[in-house]
Design a protein around this ligand. Structure first.
Ligand code: TXA
Ligand code: MG
Length: 313
């Protein structure tokens, strides 16, 4: 299959309209989209990604009024989150309406809805004229794509179209918030921080690990480069083919033993560069990547969530 790489929103949306899939940029990571009402098209996403069959997809919209088409019994707390943070890097879990095929939500009675703030994403969804079901545009298990080049690394020749835009603004995925109960719960930490969400309701918490099964994607190994990912860094242990990413600059002895490294300006810069650094290391056949652990505050919570998943083998 030939993969068309285009910056034409019209061209990319024509693929969706004829029942095909297409990758597109958002402010978090690139998504691999299909018409959410078209089961055959949605099936192509699962096939291309090698995605586990029980892992549901997020449905992306460009207009708030579409929420009522997709979901019912929208709680007061959900309304507050939508009012304050849509469009933006957050996904809300709501009770679903029958209109969405089971293939998208994998038999759950809930639906994940997100309204991206990225202009290109929003124009693309509008041009498609339907809600877009989309996971991150990476092969299942590998780091999420933050540029269209990453999408091509995983899918060149395997999907018909990539809408090429700039590198993504944040570099990590959206925060997934379960809004089906009285008090919203974070199922997956992401770009929108717990601290920001607590401005809506102080009682908002991150779902405990044992209960994470609620968001099926959380139980799989994820976000991982081929290299082994570790937290500790010590100079005497460094061998060839090692890399480091973090905010703290290690001492000269350590630096000189590394094949490559990335010193980030701050937590946001760390979040933005993490997945692309993983991919860069894989391309250079790095064996071990040392990652600085950071306090689980602000965006640090999402960074540590991704790092812990990447270190788990
Ligand atoms: O930033 C993002 O969220 C990106 C961009 C493309 O929008 N998308 C993304 O999708 O990261 P994906 O499929 O890689 O992750 C979606 C997560 C998975 O962990 C999935 O299990 C969870 O959302 N999810 C989807 N529908 C759900 C539902 N009804 N209930 C609970 N969790 C759900
Ligand atoms: Mg993903």
């Amino acid at each position: 299959m030939e993969t068309l790489v285009t910056n034409s929103i019209q061209k990319a949306s024509s693929f969706i309209k004829k029942g095909e899939i297409a990758a597109f940029p958002t402010e978090t990571v690139y998504g691999l989209g299909a018409n959410a009402y078209d089961e055959k098209a949605v099936e192509k996403i699962f096939k291309a990604k090698g995605r586990p069959r029980d892992n549901p997809l997020i449905v992306h919209i460009a207009n708030k009024k579409d929420i009522e088409v997709l979901a019912k019994e929208i709680s007061a707390a959900a309304k507050k989150i939508i009012k304050k943070f849509f469009p933006g890097p957050v996904t809300v879990i709501l009770k679903k309406n029958e209109i969405i095929p089971d293939l998208v939500t994998r038999g759950l009675n809930t639906i994940a809805v997100r309204m991206p703030s990225s202009k290109i994403a929003s124009q693309f969804i509008n041009a498609c004229g339907v809600p877009i079901a989309a996971p991150s545009a990476n092969l299942s298990g590998s780091p999420s794509p933050t540029s269209f080049i990453h999408v091509l690394e995983d899918f060149k020749g395997k999907i018909p179209c990539v809408l090429a835009g700039p590198a993504t603004k944040y570099g990590l995925e959206s925060t997934v918030v379960d809004c089906t109960g009285r008090i919203p719960k974070i199922l997956r930490p992401g770009v929108l921080t717990l601290e920001e969400l607590r401005k809506i309701d102080k009682r908002i918490k991150v779902q405990k690990k044992s209960a994470l099964i609620k968001s099926p994607g959380q139980k799989y190994r994820h976000y991982s480069p081929k290299a082994i990912v570790k937290f500790q860094i010590s100079d005497y242990r460094l061998k060839i083919n090692t890399a480091y990413i973090g905010i703290h600059k290690p001492n000269k002895n350590v630096l000189s033993g590394l094949s490559r490294y990335k010193i980030c300006r701050d937590l946001n810069d760390y979040a933005k560069n993490l997945f692309s650094f993983f991919r860069e290391c894989d391309a250079k056949k790095i064996k071990t990547i040392y990652c600085q652990s950071v306090p689980e505050k602000g965006i640090g919570l999402a960074i540590m969530n991704r790092l812990k998943k990447a270190t788990r083998y």
